[in-house]
Design a protein around this ligand. Structure first.
Ligand code: FAD
Ligand code: FES
Length: 329
């Protein structure tokens, strides 16, 4: 078995095929990370000695300077034998629920719009995660991608993901066009830091496109746990046809005792639309009455999450620790 010596302080075992990041998290060592997909660059570590297999040599988050300095992405490199690294260990990155591998069987698909579907999988063992976290979904022999859970924190052996079909996308196309009920995929998780914080603050959820998935998990968990926190839910989509109002009303309906505001917005105007128009960060800035004592959850493409983050930090002085987000690289 391979092993990893971290900061010359601790040596951990590494399961066959596991990246440096996953081995660390499975052993309760919080190496800094965000996407687990090679996109953000948050997980850079220094390789001091030993050999690694790099699963994503073209990752754009690693610069030529990083390569010259023997810096590697912990989420994309798998130790071959024993290795030594120096890494930033961050208390916030440690997993409260250690990531575990599961087999999951497709049980149903619910169409939300022409290119967005909610997939439900059955898992035999008790699967644990916090609302808003993501799993790595693997299709045997094809590829592995990160997908945020859309189901509430515990739903008796069923886990759900809202997934957008990407043109020519390997995994999303497989899920839309080829997978059948009863087929089995691999899951590994939970991962991610954008999970629901339990306190009395208002909850502001901002979803862009498929960013609806972790937001659905948060809203369903609030409902299931009888939360009385006020909910402000902003949902940004491109076209009026992308809004499945029946699905959304089922999602937010019956917020047992809690007040809520739902504000959808489209970017492409339509004569049949009387609601908000514009990018979702502009709509939040315009429509949220105040930005105090609120926890902000936002997910979607990097361009959307960056715009929301910039608006909250620069225009509204929201402290960083009140922002919980995942960028869908
Ligand atoms: C933390 C995190 C959470 C996420 N959660 C979700 C979620 O809940 N729901 C969701 O839908 N997504 C989510 N994602 C995104 C997801 O992981 C995938 O990146 C996405 O589904 C695309 O994967 P794919 O294999 O289908 O596409 P890929 O094969 O990775 O392709 C990516 C893009 O490249 C283009 N491309 C690929 N091959 C070619 C080619 N030969 N020529 C031209 N263009 C090409 C495709 O059109 C596509 O747009 C998340 C990502 C992260 C990092
Ligand atoms: S966590 Fe490794 S690149 Fe994002």
């Amino acid at each position: 078995m391979s092993s990893i010596n971290i900061n010359n302080k601790i040596i951990i075992p590494c399961e066959s095929g596991d990246s440096i990041l996953r081995s660390s998290l499975r052993n309760s060592i919080g190496i800094a990370y965000e996407c687990n997909s090679g996109g953000c660059g948050a997980c850079k570590v220094d390789l001091i000695s030993g050999e690694v297999q790099n699963k994503y040599p073209d990752a754009s988050s690693l610069t030529k300077r990083d390569v010259r300095k023997n810096r590697i992405l912990a989420c994309q490199n798998v130790p071959v034998g024993s290795i030594e690294i120096n890494a930033e260990i961050s208390g916030g990155s440690e997993s409260y629920i250690l990531p575990v591998k599961y087999n999951a069987k497709l049980i149903s698909k619910e169409i939300i719009s022409s290119d967005v579907v909610e997939f439900s999988f059955a898992i035999k063992s008790d699967v644990k995660y916090r609302p808003g976290q993501y799993f790595m979904l693997s299709i045997c022999g094809l590829a592995e991608r990160a997908y945020s859970v859309s189901s509430p924190d515990s739903e008796d052996g069923v886990i759900k993901f809202i997934i957008k079909k990407m043109d020519m996308g390997k995994v999303s196309s497989y899920l839309f066009d080829e997978i059948n009920s009863g087929d089995v995929i691999g899951l590994d998780g939970p991962y991610g830091h954008a999970y629901l914080i339990e306190n009395n603050c208002d909850v502001v959820c901002i979803a862009g496109g498929a960013g609806l998935s972790p937001i659905a998990s948060i809203i369903r968990s609030l409902k299931k746990n009888g939360s009385t926190n006020k909910l402000h839910f902003f949902y940004g989509i491109n076209f009026i046809e992308d809004l499945n109002i029946e699905y959304i009303l089922r999602l937010i309906g019956d917020m047992s005792g809690s007040e809520y505001n739902f504000i959808p917005a489209i970017t492409n105007d339509n004569e049949n639309w009387s609601g908000e128009i514009g990018f979702i960060h502009q709509v939040v800035e315009r429509c949220l009455p105040d930005f105090l004592n609120k926890e902000f959850y936002f997910c979607g493409p990097p361009v959307m999450t960056s715009a929301v983050q910039k608006m909250l930090m620069i225009e509204k002085s929201v402290p960083f620790e009140r922002m919980h987000f995942d960028r869908f690289f």
